[in-house]
Design a protein around this ligand. Structure first.
Ligand SMILES: *Cc1c(COP(=O)(O)O)cnc(C)c1O
Length: 426
């Protein structure tokens, strides 16, 4: 094989012209100490690499894919839309249809605005919360990820529920001065964070997925709703990952909690780049040009992404049984991997909500970032390598979720055996 045409060859070229050789840090595969595979194409549950390998994919575009790669139901619509033109900068009927679909599926979303990324969606939602309340403070949870906008790049300070400090150079301390950090599944820290009395809103992944899968404990989300009401602050569910995944109506449907604002991304555009934020009509009417809160986007509501989103959401509406299928697949995978962990000794747990699943090697339960941080990174790298060598590509970080797609159906039991063996080998 021509060396320069391998993943290693491409990665070398990539690092010369891109930071870390990638357009998003985790793709550099640093935390598993490997050269990232370069993908040529993918179909169903499988990715083909430039090295000629076929891998069963559980990254699933970080959850953006719920059916499978290159599904004709989506691709046909996307291609047809592209042939009609890639961007117009004036309204299209598809934007209305997608907005109507989202509004019909998520009752708390009465009005919505489309943007290009989850990062934009969360930053815009916070802007509304601050505008609506006239207060600056926001509360977020350690281990939850809301994209890379400045106010969210905060690590917990010396004590939780205190003011955080910037998590990245280039983020001025003043920008995060109003961001308070609390502990997931710990309402006491949330109450403390409300202490200063200046909180505009609280943002949370209702099922945490960006520290590995951490389900909300019974009463936690109810408690957040309560505290926000008591302090007249907005409750913002960041459902960029969980929306249309843990239930058709997202985590808010699954757990029966109504947020004031919701952010969406990933599945909402069926694997194309788009996202959205929405919620209570009185709040969303504050957005320009109905109201004074400015937010705009040259490519927002892009017709190609919108066509993919409509096709994906329509498929989900027409196949509600898919969620039972995913639950069943997830349950079988969880059971097999839990048994493998027990057989291996050394501790660990499998945490799952629907089609999101994480194997934590080390801790016996993960309720918050504090627990997640204790996992065994070396053991994860060995597990990762064993899985990869057996033809499975997992998300290349121990703090991520595996995402099941409909197309995993035919391969899930065999993959479970392979992963169980990888746990044993780690
Ligand atoms: C992926 C993700 C984001 C960021 O979305 P981008 O499109 O990558 O900007 C925000 N919040 C959550 C919960 C996510 O999973």
């Amino acid at each position: 094989m021509n060396e320069s045409a391998t993943s290693a060859g491409w990665y070398q070229r990539a690092t010369a012209v891109m930071p870390g050789g990638v357009n998003s840090p985790v793709r550099a595969f640093k935390s598993v100490g490997r050269t990232p595979p370069f993908v040529v194409s993918a179909a169903g549950a499988h990715m083909e690499t430039v090295d000629g390998e076929t891998l069963v994919d559980f990254i699933s575009s970080w959850g953006a894919l719920i059916l499978g790669h290159a599904r004709p139901e989506i691709i046909d619509e996307l291609v047809a839309a592209a042939r009609r033109g890639t961007s117009f900068g004036v309204p299209t009927s598809g934007e209305v249809e997608l907005a109507e679909l989202v509004v019909s599926l998520i009752p708390s979303v009465e009005v919505l605005r489309m943007v290009n990324s989850g990062t934009e969606a969360t930053a815009s939602a916070i802007r509304i919360a601050r505008a609506a309340t006239g207060r600056p403070g926001i509360i977020k949870f350690e281990g939850c990820y809301h994209g890379h906008a400045d106010p969210f790049l905060v690590k917990a300070g010396s004590g939780l529920a205190t003011f955080g400090e910037p998590d990245s150079p280039g983020v001025p301390a003043a920008t995060v001065a109003d961001t308070r950090v609390a502990r997931f599944n710990d309402l006491e820290t949330v109450e403390k964070a409300f202490g200063a009395g200046d909180v505009a809103g609280l943002i949370v992944e209702p099922v945490a997925g960006n520290m590995g899968v951490v389900p909300p404990e019974p009463g936690f989300l109810e408690g957040l709703r309560d505290l926000c009401d008591r302090h007249e602050a907005l409750l913002i569910f960041d459902e960029v990952m969980t929306g249309f995944r843990v239930a058709l109506g997202g985590a808010q449907e699954r757990y029966g909690i109504t947020p004031d604002l919701t952010t969406l991304g990933k599945i909402v555009a069926g694997g194309a780049p788009a996202a959205a934020y929405g919620g209570r009509e009185d709040l969303m009417r504050m957005v320009a040009p109905d109201g004074p809160v400015y937010q705009a986007g040259t490519l927002a509501g892009n017709p190609i992404a919108v066509a993919a989103g409509i096709a994906c959401l329509r498929y989900l509406v027409e196949h509600p049984e898919l969620y039972d299928t995913l639950e069943d697949m997830g349950g079988r995978l969880e059971a097999r991997l839990t048994a493998a962990l027990e057989a291996a000794g050394g501790g660990g747990c499998v945490q799952r909500v629907g089609s999101m699943l994480t194997v934590f090697l080390g801790p016996d339960v993960v309720r918050s970032w504090e627990d997640a941080a204790k996992l065994d990174r070396e053991r994860f790298s060995r597990y990762y390598a064993a899985a990869f060598d057996a033809g499975i590509v997992l998300p290349p970080s121990p703090f991520e979720a595996m995402f099941l797609m409909e197309d995993h159906g035919p391969v899930i039991d065999e993959a479970a055996e392979t992963l169980a063996a990888a746990i044993g080998a780690a």
